[in-house]
Design a protein around this ligand. Structure first.
Ligand code: TXA
Ligand code: MG
Length: 322
């Protein structure tokens, strides 16, 4: 049976309270949510997503004031960042309290917590008597969904309900900052820019290099965000595109004029990286769904602001192992 798409918060809350899964909108990407305090409900997330059990989930709360219930210590850096940013595309890694089941954190002593700012999910979280564990609502290793239809494409047959909150305003997953050690460390570049984070912290945080196996963030695996067709990342698109009628192009500001219209996606003619991020995953989906396309050629974005998160996703989409 195909999932119902709705804006009915009561129906969503009811299913979640019964231990079922509901896809929820956030400003970054859609999440596949379950009651974070119910290990059995959480186990369905891993099954439905085909996600390995070693990859921990992010717990979503309505407000920072609820944080102390779930984490063992709140460092000054958290207070500072939450005061500065409030709800938004930032996930904090902090030492967990026993209340958070081990299945959520894949046995780690830390938990990832985020306070999303999407109004529908904000309301849902405020109504519920429990927090929501939610990874991105895609099949493991594939592109993250930025609309209810994207969720339906991949998971529609596996879940009862998709809460439709429209297009995601940010479009790439949250930035993950580990505050469990002495120094703040960024584990994933995402929807909150490194520049903004640096400003709020008052210093530049350490940034973990992108690696093939990173035990601190198992989900940082190199091969991820697969669009389903081979993708090559180039510094600059060549003037002449090899195998032009079979090559989809992902471009920042402009595309080669002579390339067929339906085989090219321009993310922001105005050169705005935030706009580009909101369109990234939808554009990759569109290109890879085009039957003509045998390969995708993507250009590297400026390594600043949300360009860093875009490049990170494209590098992993391009990764084919060695
Ligand atoms: O924007 C987002 O963060 C979205 C929305 C739905 O909130 N969620 C999301 O979840 O992207 P997911 O599961 O696709 O990615 C979460 C990442 C994974 O790479 C996981 O390894 C990492 O967070 N993570 C979660 N808990 C962690 C922990 N305790 N220590 C280190 N990494 C953790
Ligand atoms: Mg994901």
């Amino acid at each position: 049976m195909a999932a119902t798409q709705t804006q009915d918060l009561l129906q969503a809350a009811e299913l979640l309270a019964q231990g079922q899964l509901v896809a929820i909108p956030t400003e970054t990407v859609y999440g596949l949510a379950a009651n974070a305090l119910d290990p059995k409900a959480v186990s369905h997330i891993f099954t439905v997503k085909e996600r390995p059990a070693f990859d921990p989930l992010i717990v979503h709360l309505a407000q920072g004031e609820d944080m102390a219930q779930y984490v063992a210590a709140l460092p000054p850096a958290f207070e500072r960042l939450y005061r500065y940013f409030g709800a938004g595309p930032l996930t904090y890694i902090l030492p967990k309290k026993a209340l958070i089941p081990d299945i959520v954190t894949a046995g780690h002593s830390t938990v990832g917590i985020r306070i999303p700012r999407h109004p529908l999910t904000q309301q849902l979280l405020s109504d519920l008597p429990f927090p929501l564990a939610a990874p991105s609502a895609n099949i493991f290793g594939r592109l993250s969904p930025t609309s209810a239809d994207h969720v339906a494409d991949q998971l529609g047959e596996r879940i009862p309900l998709i809460l439709d909150g429209g297009q995601c305003a940010v479009g790439v997953e949250s930035t993950i900052v580990d505050l469990s050690g002495k120094q703040a460390r960024v584990l994933r570049l995402g929807g909150l820019s490194l520049e903004a984070l640096t400003k709020a912290l008052g210093h530049k945080p350490a940034v973990n290099a992108h690696s093939a196996s990173n035990p601190r963030a198992p989900g940082m695996l190199s091969a991820h965000y697969s669009p389903g067709k081979p993708l090559e990342l180039v510094e600059r698109l060549p003037g002449i595109i090899p195998e032009a009628p079979r090559t989809g192009l992902l471009c920042f500001r402009r595309a080669p004029a002579d390339h067929p219209e339906y085989l090219k996606e321009v993310l922001s003619p105005e050169g705005d990286l935030e706009t580009a991020a909101t369109r990234l995953f939808a554009a990759l989906r569109k290109l890879s769904a085009e039957p003509q396309v045998k390969q995708i050629l993507a250009e590297t974005f400026p390594e600043e602001g949300l360009g860093r998160a875009i490049n990170d996703r494209l590098r992993r989409a391009a990764y084919r192992g060695t």
